[in-house]
Ligand binder design. Structure first.
Ligand code: SF4
Length: 64
């Protein structure tokens, strides 16, 4: 699984962190999302896909 965040699109809403806190976090200074694990285990794949689906900025891209 390959995950990419387009940080220029991110609007710091935090949905990705709520969906998959082991994979996404937000910068303290501006809330922009970043990856804390860009190759999560398979058991977290559904949460990552959910994060991508609920991102209001469509800033998360997931490839299997
Ligand atoms: S859900 Fe999308 S817009 Fe919100 S913090 Fe995560 S990447 Fe950014």
């Amino acid at each position: 699984m390959k995950i990419t965040i387009d940080q220029d699109k991110c609007i710091a809403s935090g949905q990705c962190v709520a969906a998959a806190a082991d994979v996404f976090d937000q910068r303290d200074e501006d809330g922009i999302a970043f990856l804390i694990n860009d190759d999560p285990p398979e058991e977290e794949a559904d949460d990552v896909r959910h994060a991508a689906a609920v991102c209001p900025a469509l800033a998360i891209f997931v490839e299997d």
